[in-house]
Design a binder for this molecule. Structure first.
Ligand code: PLP
Length: 578
């Protein structure tokens, strides 16, 4: 059980929590990290193919990068997540995407079985395997069972999703006890992990701690990281679902009552209770933290601390580029920009940029060697080829088809340099609308011989493809509708690997001012499109001119290196938490 802090001010009800906190202000909360008391990170999704777990997008990439950065920084860290025994792989057939389902066995990825834990669901005792993989000061702890299903299978308010979330929360919390770990801090990567904090609250309240003390204790040690903009869009669970999946796992009648009281019209959004159980709350970029529109149960707007996502440079940066940054003291051994990094960037010449790009292109060719485009063609690029890429999940707000609104114009731009345009992006399983839009885009391309030979869609977007493209292309295009991207991390990989970035001013890109990259803005979509085309022309000419290339690359790196550094991100979290 957790070390019990000493409180002598039992209160009547939870509404007095502010008063309670004032009363205990002087109490010392022990959040010091140690091997037995790690930083715990809870996530339904991790994107970590090396360790056998494929994610869906940025939220999972962030989780995997956070653990790796913690390892480099020597932070005791435990990441708790499900191991999905199946995953989907996207293939393309006649310009239509289809999902193939593949079985995954954790034994193939170095996990060892620790023991079993149980959660109660629908009157049954569900047995979960607890498996673990250790890495120096960090570990990945998973709960799993053969019928656990795939990541994001079923609708977000479905029974199966609730089962997965309850298994992670209650099962994962039991797994920590099994391993003799006490969480110093619980970081909840989105509200689907709420049940982990609930399990802790229940544990404290049912083991002798006064309920209100237990609430304060849990609140003080829980960080809720939000990636979503609008609370209204979140799926709800019904009380009837909680009767079957959640309440049976609670030991404390007080916790059960507390939870029951949170339902409105027998419906509950997990964000409303996550806000209640986590006093620390963060958003994933400056803009996102400002605009995320969340309210607590009393109707007050929730404040989020801005902690912009970062990437693990060791994972995402071409080794030769990383060696260059370290050799010239641009970044230090853990990946933080040095105090002097802006001056040190003077060592970057266009010659170096081109040398690094040459090596990056070899990596891209290697990645593409077994991944044909929509025409079944294996692509191979020389140093003379010019590549634009658009690599991100194929969702509406990212506007993957915007550049194809005027195919004649796009063709003229590509023709001026005989350039290629590579698209990679997963369509959410079952998203018929986006599948139809991709099909339409590919048919536009197919109907034109030039476009057909220069616009390539590579199916089954994953980490490897993301890495290959960020190393090997010249220009990355990132044009979300302004206000809708929480942060984005693909563009960070591009900055670090010396691509020119064309972007709207959104997500983490908007952490710095718009003059630091090839900005797309406009008061209408038509204006933005026009600006995008002009920026594409500008990017082509910048790569032809050593002076411009060097100037733009230095400017991008000077502005963004601190933003994109994963070590900077983890430092920000540690500073906020401790
Ligand atoms: C980096 C990465 C992402 C993140 O994408 P954003 O749209 O920038 O958040 C998603 N998927 C994969 C495979 C990635 O490598």
């Amino acid at each position: 059980m957790d070390d019990e802090p000493y409180f002598y001010h039992p209160l009547e009800n939870i509404e007095d929590i502010d008063e309670f906190e004032t009363a205990i202000e002087r109490t010392h909360f022990n959040k010091a990290l140690s091997e037995e008391r790690p930083y715990t990170y809870w996530t339904l999704e991790i994107y970590d193919q090396e360790n056998g777990i494929r994610g869906g997008g940025g939220l999972g990439v962030l989780a995997a990068d956070t653990r790796r950065v913690a390892e480099q920084m020597g932070v005791p860290f435990a990441l708790i997540t499900p191991f999905y025994p199946a995953e989907s792989k996207q293939i393309l057939k006649d310009n239509k995407v289809a999902d193939e389902h593949i079985k995954v066995d954790y034994h193939d990825f170095g996990f060892r079985l620790i023991d079993n834990v149980y959660v109660k669901c629908c009157g049954n005792l569900c047995k979960l395997d607890v498996i673990e993989k250790r890495f120096k000061n960090t570990r990945i702890i998973c709960v799993t069972e053969p019928n656990f299903g795939e990541l994001y299978s079923g609708m977000s308010g479905s029974d199966h999703r609730l089962y997965q979330e309850v298994s992670l929360g209650f099962g994962g919390y039991s797994a920590l006890k099994l391993l003799g770990l006490k969480p110093a801090i619980m970081q909840l990567n989105e509200v689907a992990t709420f049940f982990a904090a609930l399990a802790r609250l229940d544990e404290l309240a049912s083991n002798g701690m006064d309920f209100y003390e237990a609430v304060v204790y849990t609140r003080k040690h829980t960080l809720y990281t939000n990636h979503t903009l609008v609370q209204a869009a979140e799926a709800e669970f019904s009380e009837e679902q909680f009767e079957r999946f959640v309440y049976p796992n609670l030991k404390s009648p007080a916790v059960k009552k507390w939870l029951k009281d949170k339902f409105e019209n027998s419906k509950l959004k997990l964000s409303s209770v996550t806000i209640e159980i986590a006093e620390l709350r963060s958003g994933v970029s400056k803009l996102h933290a400002r605009v995320a529109n969340y309210h607590d149960i009393s109707g007050n707007k929730v404040k989020f601390r801005a902690i912009t996502n970062g990437i693990d440079f060791d994972k995402w940066v071409l080794p030769e580029a990383l060696t260059f940054y370290k050799k010239y003291d641009i970044i230090d051994s853990i990946g933080l920009p040095t105090a002097n990094y802006k001056v040190a960037l003077d060592n970057l010449t266009s010659k170096t940029v081109r040398e690094i790009k040459h090596l990056g292109r070899e990596v891209l060719n290697e990645v593409l060697s077994d991944r044909p485009d929509q025409n079944g063609k294996i692509l191979h690029f020389t140093d003379q080829d010019f590549i634009f890429d658009f690599k991100r999940r194929f969702v509406d707000y990212k506007r993957p088809d915007l550049p194809f609104e005027d195919p004649t114009r796009l063709k003229a731009i590509l023709k001026s340099r005989d350039a290629h345009y590579i698209i990679a992006g997963r369509i959410h399983t079952g998203d018929e609308r986006m599948a139809a839009r991709l099909e339409k885009l590919l048919n536009t391309v197919k109907n034109d011989d030039y476009l057909s030979a220069h616009v390539h869609y590579i199916p089954n977007y994953d980490e490897k493809l993301a890495y290959g493209l960020s190393c090997g292309s010249n220009v990355a295009i990132n044009i979300p509708i302004v206000g809708l991207e929480a942060c984005g991390t693909s563009w960070m990989k591009d900055i670090a690997n010396l691509n020119l970035l064309i972007s709207t001013h959104d997500g983490g890109v908007a952490d710095v001012s718009a003059e630091n990259y090839l900005n797309v803005h406009g008061t209408s979509e038509a204006e933005e499109l026009e600006e995008l085309y002009r920026r594409m022309e500008e990017a082509i000419s910048a790569w032809e001119n050593d002076f411009d290339l060097e100037f733009l690359m230095k400017k991008q790196l000077a502005a963004f290196l601190p933003v994109i550094s994963g070590a900077r991100m983890l430092n920000d979290y540690l500073e906020y938490l401790f």
